[in-house]
Design a protein around this ligand. Structure first.
Ligand SMILES: [Zn+2]
Length: 217
């Protein structure tokens, strides 16, 4: 299995765990593995498994989050020439509604502008809600039946998009919250176990015949 991205404290602990596992293997070869050593090795292996599982889970959740953040495609157009072929994305900014929107430069008109729609699905939900409200007001004031029917179709489509989007975003928010909670627990556990192993290692260093070389993780 490919090793997931590890945080510095996780990498440090795995280094220590590998050191003790190597030592236990050597002791076993020499027939000197005591019950205490064996227990420590099991605890180390369990924690390493737990740590790798957690890091793999974190990578999956954050990858999914990243994909969601980039799900919106702008189809931006230059406000001057109305074309899109010479546009270059220059960055993003927060607009008056508090939504993050992309900024562009049209190289034909040499003009910079902020696209009027959010660049991420969380802000897009608010944008659609506002837009639906405006369209419904327009429908109420409209006399032309064809225009009303057309606008009602558009509103129905947007409501449909919203209904599909909301649960996806909610799931992602919940996953990230749970991950942050788990992260706190793991950090605490890592800290405790690392301190314990470091003390064990200091005790070992009292014996010159012990190999204290550390492997890079
Ligand atoms: Zn232009």
């Amino acid at each position: 299995m490919k090793q997931p991205a590890l945080k510095p404290n996780e990498r440090e602990l795995i280094k220590l765990i590998r050191f003790f596992s190597k030592r236990a293997a050597r002791l076993m070869e020499e027939g000197e593995l005591s019950a205490e050593h064996s227990q420590l090795t099991t605890a180390c292996q369990n924690l390493e498994t737990q740590l790798i599982t957690h890091a793999t889970n974190r990578s999956a959740i954050m990858d999914k989050r990243e994909r969601l953040l980039n799900i919106i495609e702008d189809n931006a157009q230059c406000p001057k020439c109305g074309k899109a072929d010479m546009l270059k994305r220059t960055g993003s900014t927060t607009n008056e509604h508090g939504w993050k929107c992309n900024t562009y430069k049209c190289r034909r008109c040499n003009t910079g502008f902020t696209w009027n729609r959010p660049n991420n699905p969380w802000d897009m939900v608010e944008f659609l809600e506002m837009y639906i409200g405006q369209l419904q007001l327009a429908i109420a004031a409209e006399q032309n039946e064809a225009v009303v029917a057309h606008t009602e179709d558009a509103v129905a489509q947007m409501k449909d998009s919203l209904n599909r989007l909301r649960p996806v975003l909610q799931t992602s928010d919940e996953e990230v919250d749970a991950l942050q909670q788990k992260e706190k627990e793991m950090d605490k556990l890592i800290h405790q176990f690392k301190t314990y192993l470091q003390i064990e290692k200091i005790k070992l260093n009292a014996y010159p015949e012990e190999d204290t070389e550390e492997e890079e993780v």
